[in-house]
Write a protein that binds this ligand. Sequence first.
Ligand code: ADP
Ligand code: MG
Length: 319
Amino acid sequence: MGEFELIERYFKRPSRQAAVGIGDDCAIWTPRPGYQLAFSADMLVEGRHFLPTVNPQLLGHKALAVNLSDLAACGATPRAFLLSLSLPRADEAWLSGFSQGLLALADAQACELIGGDTTQGPLNIAITVMGETPLGQAILRRTAQAGDDVYVSGHLGDARLALEVFRGNLNVPQAVFEVARARMEKPTPRTALGASLRGIASAMADVSDGLLGDLGHILKASGVGAQLSLQQLSGLMLTRDDWDCPRECGLRWVLSGGDDYELVFTASPNAQHAVEAAALSTGTRVTRIGRVTEDPHLLLVDDNGDVVPHDFRSFDHFA
Ligand code: ADP
Ligand code: MG
């Protein structure tokens, strides 16, 4: 199977919203008046972001999901994406699984594959997504204000739990592992929640490298700090009540585990009801975990309001 047959067979679909999709030198997109386009790119490298044994269908899902998570973080509605693939060989079983997982999520999110690049080489998946927001309504990192509440969507820490089991560092009951593994291998991008927080959240980011680091980006960009409640954080792991998770581990993974693809955002206390309504209407769990402070530090406080020292760090590829 040649390169063009491969593209035709596994990736080409009739274009829907694109003026021109796959097949010409460029895809052509007509922007809607009154909207801005949001772009983001994320690359998945074998051995770095996924294990060589991963199911290709799940990998296809995840490759797009991590990109959609960035659109969600800006409150952008997904529209289209480009796929750049480097493959060691044209393995039909792999391509079929990968494209199914990828395109199923693309269809579910109405995000159309409009082009890309295909080359032979080490397995590497690079996706560029494009979304849209009404003019001036993208939710950025730099606009959090002292006094805002801090919220996080969904659950945190479970993907890291699965990774530790895969690495052989931990044993947990099989049912717990399955739940955690689904969180790691099949993350749900929070695009509906992200878009419904336009005009409500004051700042937002997605949690990909770990809560402390990703919230840290918002705080730094906004010139503020935050106090997070240990009590609220300790309830964020999905699997927490299903096994005897060492408290220290659970908290470490919630704060710095990574691979969660949830949203962390800030909103004025006046917007609390609007936040709750957005959570309800999109069927997404949202938890208030703390408050933005003028003091530019990120502190953890216990039930008594006392500061708890910690040494948790988020993931950094070059640290
Ligand atoms: P060029 O040679 O101009 O770089 P290609 O021959 O690589 O273009 O690609 C031909 C068409 O197929 C283009 O429309 C391109 O966007 C599309 N394409 C290539 N690889 C992929 C892929 N992995 N997924 C989707 N579309 C792709
Ligand atoms: Mg060309």
